[in-house]
Design a protein around this ligand. Structure first.
Ligand SMILES: [Fe+2]
Length: 261
């Protein structure tokens, strides 16, 4: 399998991308240990909301914590929900995932673990900051080399970067204790190119936006349990599950918004 997925958008002047994240699918059906939420049911509601959008997405990305505890059964339940989507669905791992198990179970039908998506006028990079035994993230040298190669190959084409862990503090101390370690290594690479038009991640289970050196940065709500913004310690928020839409436009311009179910 090539590491790049080529997607022909329905309208090249407006590429429609949807991000869903932190699906935390469990091994068995029904309520889970995660605040008693049936995470497959809340994901199904989010997928129905995506399908009810005025225009179907050209592609969907999943930015990690796909399952709560890795098992072939949990990945199988996620696969069953996503493999028959009418658009490609590309996954990257979070700290709750097992990247090898993901690759083994999530390449079926519409679903894949491609590392890059080439829409022609835009590229999306699916970075892997998974670190064994850690709730935080870190890019190994090979991943930073991959990023540098992909940005070089993109030339003048605008790029959106997807990852799991937040590369900047979000103002929630318990969550900021498990962000992306050594984020300066990521920014050292992206700063040396002028084509990165945004970065979006999961992990934080809440909407977030910031800007760094003119580059917008976003966090996206989970499809299941939400965490309270600004909380010093673990605290659940009663906001509804959600997802993020992107419109990738010519000239590196983009529009994004969070939608709730
Ligand atoms: Fe998560």
């Amino acid at each position: 399998m090539s590491h790049t997925l080529r997607v022909t958008p329905r309208k090249s002047a407006c590429i429609r991308l949807v991000q869903i994240t932190d699906t935390h699918i469990a091994r068995d059906p029904g309520p889970t240990d995660f605040e008693g939420v049936d995470t497959a049911a809340t994901l199904a509601v989010v997928l129905a909301a995506v399908d009810a959008l005025p225009e179907l997405p050209d592609c969907m990305v999943l930015t990690g914590d796909l399952v709560d505890i890795p098992s072939p059964e949990a990945y199988g339940r996620l696969r069953a929900l996503l493999r028959d989507r009418r658009y490609p669905v590309v996954c990257l791992p979070g700290n709750h995932d097992d990247p090898d198990m993901m690759r083994a179970h999530l390449n079926a039908g519409a679903l894949s673990t491609h590392r890059a998506i080439d829409f022609g006028g835009w590229r999306v990079l699916m970075l892997n900051d998974w670190e064994a035994g850690s709730d935080g993230g870190r890019f190994p040298r090979a991943e930073l080399d991959f990023l540098r190669r992909e940005l070089t190959a993109a030339g003048e084409i605008p790029v959106l970067i997807c990852l799991h862990h937040q590369p900047v503090p979000i103002g929630s101390p318990w969550m900021d204790a498990m962000g992306l370690d050594h984020a300066d290594e990521l920014f050292a690479v992206t700063d040396s190119f002028n084509i990165v038009r945004g970065m979006t991640w999961g992990h934080i289970h809440q909407e977030f936006s910031a800007e760094r050196r003119g580059i917008p940065l976003w966090g996206t709500p989970s499809t299941c349990v939400q965490f309270l913004p600004g909380a010093g310690e673990y605290k659940v928020d009663d906001r509804a599950p959600g997802f993020r839409t992107f419109e990738l436009l010519p000239g590196g311009v983009l529009a994004t918004r969070v939608m709730r179910t």
